[in-house]
Design a protein around this ligand. Sequence first.
Ligand code: PLP
Length: 458
Amino acid sequence: MLSFQRIYDRRDGRSVSGEPTSQLTNAIKISALEKAHFVLFAPLCGKLPFQMTLELNLMPARRVYLDNSATTPVDPRVAAAMARAVVEVFGNASSVHGFGQQARAAIDRARREVAALIGARQNEIVFTSGGTEANNLAIRGLCEASTTHGRHIITSAIEHPSVAGVCVELEKRGWEVTRLPVYGNGIVRAEDLTEALRPDTVLITIMSANNEIGTVQPISAIGSLVREKRAAGQRNLWFHTDAVQAAGRLSLNVDELGCDLLTISGHKLYAPKGIGALYVRRGTRLHGQNVGGHQERERRAGTENVPGIVAFGEAAKLAREELEQRSLHDRGLRDRFEAAVRHRISDVVMNGDPDQRLGHLSNISFRFIEGEGLLINLDLEGVAVSTGSACSSGTLEPSPVIRALGLDDELARGSIRFSFGKDNTDADVDYAVEVLARAVERLRALSPLTLVSHGLHG
Ligand code: PLP
């Protein structure tokens, strides 16, 4: 991403020295002029089916952040609480003296707020460094504590890498993993889960909402099934859900969901990066993964990140208080965006279930173009979005999530995620649509896929 950094350097008025050296060198060459001439070869990954020259201003007219599923900006109220904690609450929460106890009290207050966000009890919250660590702790911790009862895990085909990766790791250590399909709408079916359950299944780990397409999984139905199985005698069956994308966007209550473990992360709900939590229902056996200290009731050793925890607590409180207002706001923007896209741009496919999905997220495939080329074009005009595609061995690989939907390769590679947040406005949406419509038209005009589809290449 070095080239991008250099572009941003120019935007900020700092100098650009030397040529970009990353793989993107081939993709973007920047002249020294403020109104620069870009030679853009796209898509990337060394495969360059088309070449285009663009006249673009290095200082885009606007900068619009539509990547709130990747991370959210820190809320100023959260930043203020954190700044106060950095300066004033510096004691080690394990210390007996007043400074330490002040830190302990700040952590306890934050723990109450995080617990309240998901309807949990305070002592069921374990602070971690984020969602990835919480998912690792949940899955490894539970499985390691359950080896005598079975070695079978059920998960879905569209989990975040921090869940999917741990499952692969456990497979290498002799665990069996069943991955439930999600069909064309991106949602698992309860009947598939029922069929997959075995007497030696110890863990079901299925995300509450997907990070790429936003589909919301039937978590309460799964929770009910787990309860039924337990009541019928399968006492060592546990249910974890990764709610990193759902927390702060959907109303969550661990008892209604029926989960034993639930993951959340601060930076998806306007707190800074590097802080998250795992909800652990009382009575759930878990092997701590960080050892060497008594913190977090022996479940996560290490001196607590007091400013991060305080920030997370404040963000959780605001998320709970403003949940409805934020949801309405985000959904309004998303609907405005999708209506305008459908109106302005042809050959688009909206991915994921149209109803059972998060209200702030839109995943769209644009026929005849590659998502990555589109992303770069949008970025050059100040609009930040995401694509699940990744460069792999010189080609653009669609993400496993998009693949799991069964889309053809062209649609899969042309998918882009737009995710809205509380700081976005109608004007942001209108600007993004304007830029998007132009970029799609420009890229399609040059795309060999368009030419083929129109029969010009035979
Ligand atoms: N789970 C999901 C669904 C996510 O979207 C993410 C982050 O994108 C994570 C887990 C990892 O969270 P963190 O970035 O806090 O490690």
